[in-house]
Design a binder for this molecule. Structure first.
Ligand SMILES: [Fe+2]
Length: 187
């Protein structure tokens, strides 16, 4: 293995190569996954400010990279203890690599036919804990929620086909089956 530090620049160069060679999301995720894990384990990019969260939002989104057209977005996301997100999709593929702490991920499937624009009925498909060094990968349309159920800030590295504030994507309310737009605050 190359002993040079695995920098953000090297990671982005590989993201550009992979997505330049294929549009197939399964193939992109298959190739990006191990590289994201290497970023998560070696942490050459990590700075103390990446642990800062937005107390209102419950988590902090630190943009490490995006291309001028908002593609290939790389975020460090820190989660406050006891906080998380409602179920949401991303409008693009995503590879999440755990950096520090355990994050509970719940994956959902749609039970409705998608014909009503503001309505979605979800069912739990998979409920699991993602530890540091582990991957959570989804193609466009994949729905999950994330919660930090530990008593310390957790951190994960998120790589998206496109910055999620520039895709068409939704968050879901499990109580009333409402589906609405989702925008995150970034730092
Ligand atoms: Fe997500």
């Amino acid at each position: 293995m190359n002993s040079e530090p695995y920098t953000l620049d090297r990671y982005v160069a590989e993201l550009r190569r992979i997505t330049g060679e294929t549009d197939d999301e399964d193939e992109i995720i298959r190739q990006v996954g191990p590289l994201a894990q290497r970023m998560a384990v070696e942490k050459a990019w990590l700075k103390p400010k990446h642990y800062e969260s937005d107390s209102e939002q419950g988590y902090g989104v630190h943009v490490l990279h995006e291309e001028p057209d908002h593609s290939l977005a790389v975020f460090a996301v820190s989660w406050l203890p006891g906080r998380g997100t409602p179920p949401h999709d991303h409008g693009t593929w995503v590879v999440v690599a755990g950096v520090e702490g355990v994050e509970r991920n719940v994956r959902y499937r749609r039970l409705d036919d998608g014909n009503r624009p503001d309505y979605a009925k979800l069912d739990v498909k998979h409920d699991f804990n993602a530890d540091a060094g582990e991957l959570v990968c989804m193609k466009s349309g994949g729905i999950h929620s994330v919660h930090n159920e530990t008593d310390a800030v957790t951190l994960s590295l998120h790589t998206y086909g496109k910055h999620v504030n520039y895709t068409v994507r939704s968050q879901y309310n499990l109580e009333n089956n409402e589906k609405k737009d989702m925008i995150v605050k970034t730092a």
